[in-house]
Design a protein around this ligand. Structure first.
Ligand SMILES: Nc1ncnc2c1ncn2[C@@H]1O[C@H](COP(=O)(O)OP(=O)(O)OP(=O)(O)O)[C@@H](O)[C@H]1O
Length: 318
C-alpha cells in the first residue's frame, strides 16, 4: 500500500515538550524529549478539579508510552485551506495500541489534523499539506500511495453517526464486499465478529436484516464503529464520537474505546476533557493550529508543562 519510505532523519528536540515519541522512521520506540524553552512553565495545579481518571480503566503510564512503538509519526506538518494556514509545524508520534486524545478550543485544528492521518482532506478543494506523516515508518503522502487501501488501514468514525440506509448486516458487509469478499457465510462471520467487538451483537443479533436507521443514536454510532472495524483497520480515527449521545451511550462508547485499544491504535478528538482523561493514554493539546503540548494523559492533566495547557484544562479559556 504505502510505497515509499521517508529516508531523512527527523529530530523532535524542541517541540512538543515533555514525554513524546520521536518521529525518526528508523527509531520505532518512543523516547523522552524535553522542551527547549519553558518560559511559561506551569506550576503544579492547585485549582484544577481532579480529572476523572478511571481506576477500572488504567491509562498507560508515561514509561509505557515511552516504550511503545510509534504507529504514526508526524513531522513538520503544515496545512492550508487556500491562504489560511490551519496547522503549523506539527510534530507528534502516535503510539501503537494506545488511545491518543486531541483536545483544544473550537477551531484550533484538531479535526483538520485528524483528517490528515487518512488523507480525508484530499477531497477538499484548495487544501494543501506540507510535511511528513509516516504510518509504520512509510509515508502516507507519496504519489503512489493507494488512498483507498490507506483508508482501510486507517478507518474513521464521525461525530454524527452515518449508517447507510440499509440493513444492519449490509452496513457491515459493505466494506468487505467492496474489498472482494463475496461469500455470504464469511460476510456473516465478519458481521458477528465486528458487532461483538463494537459491543452491539447482543442487541441486534436477532434482527440483522432490520434497517440500521431503526437503531437508537448510541446503537447507530456503535454500528458505525463496527462498520469501520469490518475492513480490519490498524488505526481508528474518531472525531467526537460521543458528542451527540446521551450519558449512558457515551459511557458505552468509552468502555468500547478502552476495550478496542488492545487491538487498535485509536485517535480521538474530543471537546470533553473529562472524557479525554477517562479514555486516553496520551493527550495532545492544540491551540490556534499549534500543538502546544503532548504527553501522558495523567501528566498533562495534573502537571502540564505549559501555562496555556494549564489555562485550558482549568477552564480559564476555551
Ligand atoms: N473545509 C474547510 N475549508 C476552509 N476552512 C476550514 C475547513 N475546515 C476547517 N476550516 C478552518 O480550519 C480551522 C481549523 O478547523 P478544525 O475544524 O480543524 O478545528 P477543530 O479544532 O476541529 O474545531 P471544532 O472543535 O470546532 O470542531 C478553522 O479556522 C476552520 O474554520
Amino acid at each position: 500500500m504505502v510505497t515509499h519510505g521517508a529516508e531523512r532523519s527527523i529530530s523532535l528536540a524542541d517541540t512538543p515538550p515533555r514525554r513524546v515519541a520521536t518521529t525518526d522512521p528508523r527509531q520505532t520506540r518512543m523516547t523522552e524529549t524535553t522542551a527547549a524553552s519553558r518560559t511559561e512553565t506551569a506550576g503544579p495545579l492547585r485549582s484544577i478539579r481532579p480529572p476523572a481518571f478511571d481506576s477500572a480503566r488504567p491509562a498507560r503510564s508515561a514509561d509505557e508510552l515511552a516504550g511503545a512503538a510509534a504507529k504514526i509519526a508526524v513531522s513538520d506538518l503544515n496545512f492550508f485551506y487556500g491562504a489560511n494556514q490551519a496547522l503549523h509545524d506539527i510534530k507528534l508520534a502516535i503510539p501503537e495500541r494506545c488511545v491518543t486524545a486531541f483536545i483544544g478550543p473550537s477551531g484550533c485544528g484538531k479535526s483538520t489534523f485528524l483528517r490528515c492521518l487518512n488523507r480525508m482532506n484530499d477531497m477538499i478543494d484548495d487544501a494543501r499539506v506540507e510535511g511528513e506523516i509516516l504510518l509504520d515508518g512509510e509515508s502516507l503522502r507519496g504519489p503512489r500511495v493507494d488512498v483507498v487501501e490507506l483508508r482501510k488501514r486507517v478507518g474513521m468514525v464521525f461525530q454524527k453517526s452515518n449508517p447507510f440506509p440499509k440493513s444492519i448486516f449490509e452496513n457491515i458487509a459493505y466494506g468487505p464486499r467492496v474489498a472482494g469478499e463475496r461469500n455470504k457465510a464469511r460476510l456473516y462471520e465478519i458481521a458477528e465478529r465486528c458487532l461483538q467487538h463494537a459491543a452491539l451483537w447482543d442487541e441486534v443479533k436477532d434482527r440483522l436484516e432490520d434497517s440500521a436507521l431503526a437503531l437508537s443514536g448510541g446503537q447507530q454510532q456503535r454500528l458505525c464503529i463496527a462498520r469501520a472495524l469490518a475492513t480490519d483497520p490498524e488505526v481508528l480515527l474518531m472525531d467526537e464520537p460521543a458528542s451527540a449521545l446521551d450519558p449512558a451511550s457515551t459511557a458505552r462508547i468509552e468502555d468500547l474505546i478502552f476495550e478496542l485499544k488492545d487491538k487498535y491504535t485509536i485517535v480521538i478528538v474530543t471537546h470533553n476533557m473529562q472524557q479525554a482523561a477517562r479514555v486516553s493514554d496520551q493527550t495532545a493539546f492544540f491551540f490556534q493550529g499549534v500543538l502546544v503540548e503532548a504527553g501522558a494523559t495523567n501528566e498533562i492533566f495534573t502537571n502540564p508543562a505549559k501555562k496555556q495547557t494549564e489555562d485550558y484544562i482549568t477552564g480559564r479559556f476555551g
